[in-house]
Design a binder for this molecule. Structure first.
Ligand code: AMP
Ligand code: MG
Length: 474
């Protein structure tokens, strides 16, 4: 088994036992067509040397990895969906497959599945993932990672040869099984479930597990629940700021889709913004716009309040309220920093970065309908160092309004961050990489209509080029 020295299995979740997860059997699929294998991610966990047959054995047939978790575990959780409490959730079409250390960071990562078969939590569902859904998750994670947003990474995607019935895709539709690499799969809803069941003892066990595994520095905190909440508040603030500068709308910000490590995951009806629009809604079933672009910070804060509510079972309320109240300030600070990073400018004082973020949003708003989101950031990367390029480019006439003038004056006073990045061929291209719905649909149509995977693969390469050009780290 050619795992490398960087492969360090550390299956810790399974020791929590049957109150936390159910042993399940992976589905047996009729066909195995590899559609996406993330070799760069594999290298971060020592799995890059697997043969094709080994990839298939582990990420299609789900034979356990060596010295790793010996059985597949469907995780138990509850959650608020669109603000309604649902006690019937849990991994209905996935499971935790393995846990292993990331080279360099030493973080404990999960390999978890989506579309791997039914579980006790499937309700009336088939436990499957559509190929289109798998493709969309690969595209979202690739783009978000390139933009420096903390996200799960898509690890492997196999088409399985099954035909699925769905009411939101022309059916029958093709099926797939996805494995993702995540910085934990413990959700706000994992805590909520024990609170709903009034299992204070199990919240204590979960809290201790989370602190030992992900926040060892907080183990000796006088108030462990509030210390954890404080950390989750800050990580969630950073994540939200990442979405808001990436122009990303997650679409389903339910508490079962919120990871305690502040990593974005579980991509369904996501969209990237075509242009700045706070009211932009991603999910066709989000009729009230609860999870629209501009309401994401509020949605995350509401979710944090539910986590705090669960933690009141194991600690006093006031320290939890104090931790919650840090969210607004933390979010604004992260947004300001994220905007400086996104524009390729050196981070400055809090005030200067807030001014920059405000000026950028005003300029984007002034650009209106014709100014697309991604081209704005492409044209002005590294600020004044790009001015010649921006004003010679196809959008030059959009950059002359009052707020643009203010924005340009402001960035002229700011230091660029690593302006040598502008010499990357990416910035010599006519147009930047976007990930808008029409393109996503076209990538899928090539596959659905003629089984042509070349546009999808070309898109992944193009986003990889952008990732290298931006060179942002999460
Ligand atoms: P999601 O919208 O993917 O976050 O899923 C919400 C809940 O529905 C989770 O408990 C999922 O496991 C479950 N679920 C979604 N799709 C299916 C399916 N096709 N079969 C079984 N369970 C599903
Ligand atoms: Mg989910």
């Amino acid at each position: 088994m050619p795992v490398t020295a960087a492969y360090r299995p550390d299956p810790r979740f399974q020791a929590l036992g049957p109150d936390f997860a159910d042993v399940v059997r992976p589905a047996a699929f009729p066909a195995c067509k590899p559609r996406y294998l993330n070799l760069r991610a594999a290298a971060t966990v020592g799995l890059e040397a697997l043969t094709e047959a080994e990839w298939k054995a582990h990420f299609w047939a789900f034979e356990p990895l060596p010295r790793n978790q010996d059985q597949a575990l469907a995780m138990r959780y509850h959650g608020h969906q669109f603000r309604v409490y649902n006690p019937d959730l849990g991994d209905g079409r996935g499971f935790l497959f393995a846990q292993l250390r990331e080279a360099g960071s030493d973080r404990l990562l999960d390999l978890g599945t989506k579309g791997s078969g039914q579980t006790p939590w499937s309700r009336s569902g088939d436990g499957r993932l559509t190929l289109k859904g798998g493709l969309r998750e690969v595209l979202a994670t690739t783009m978000l990672e390139a933009l420096g947003v903390p996200t799960s990474r898509s690890f492997a995607l196999y088409e399985t040869g099954e035909a699925l019935e769905r009411n939101d895709e022309p059916s029958p539709t093709r099926a797939a099984v996805l494995t993702r690499l995540s910085f934990s799969h413990i959700r706000f809803g994992t805590f909520q479930r024990f609170a709903a069941l009034d299992r204070r003892d199990l919240i204590e066990v979960l809290l201790r597990h989370v602190l030992e595994t992900y926040f060892p520095d907080l183990l000796d905190a006088p108030n462990p629940g509030a210390a954890l909440l404080d950390a989750v508040v800050h990580r969630s603030a950073r994540l939200t700021a990442g979405w808001m500068t990436a122009g990303f709308v997650h679409g389903v910000l339910n508490t079962d889709n919120m990871n305690i490590n502040g990593e974005s995951f579980d991509y369904g009806p996501w969209r990237f913004l075509p242009r700045n629009d706070p009211n932009f809604v991603a999910a066709y079933f989000d009729h009230g716009g609860l999870y629209s672009f501009g309401r994401q910070p509020e949605a995350v804060f509401w979710n944090l309040r539910q986590l705090a509510g669960a933690l009141t079972l194991v600690g006093e309320a006031q320290p939890l309220v104090d931790a919650l109240n840090l969210f607004g300030g933390a979010y604004r600070a992260e947004l300001a920093r994220a905007m400086a990073d996104r524009l390729g400018l050196r981070r400055a004082s809090w005030d200067e970065d807030v001014d920059l973020a405000n000026a950028a949003f005003r300029a984007l708003a002034e650009g209106g309908e014709p100014l697309r989101w991604e081209p704005f950031f492409f044209d002005w990367f590294c600020g004044a160092a790009s001015e010649g390029r921006a004003l010679a480019g196809p959008r030059a006439q959009l950059y002359s309004g009052e707020h643009f003038t203010a924005f340009r004056e402001l960035i002229a006073r700011r230091e660029p961050e690593r302006p040598e990045r502008l010499s990357h061929p990416y910035f010599g291209r006519h147009e930047p990489q976007e990930m808008l719905i029409d393109e996503v649909e076209a990538l899928w149509a090539a596959i659905a209509d003629r089984d042509d995977w070349t546009p999808f693969e070309a898109k992944l390469s193009a986003v990889e080029e952008a990732r290298q050009a931006w060179d942002l780290s999460p």
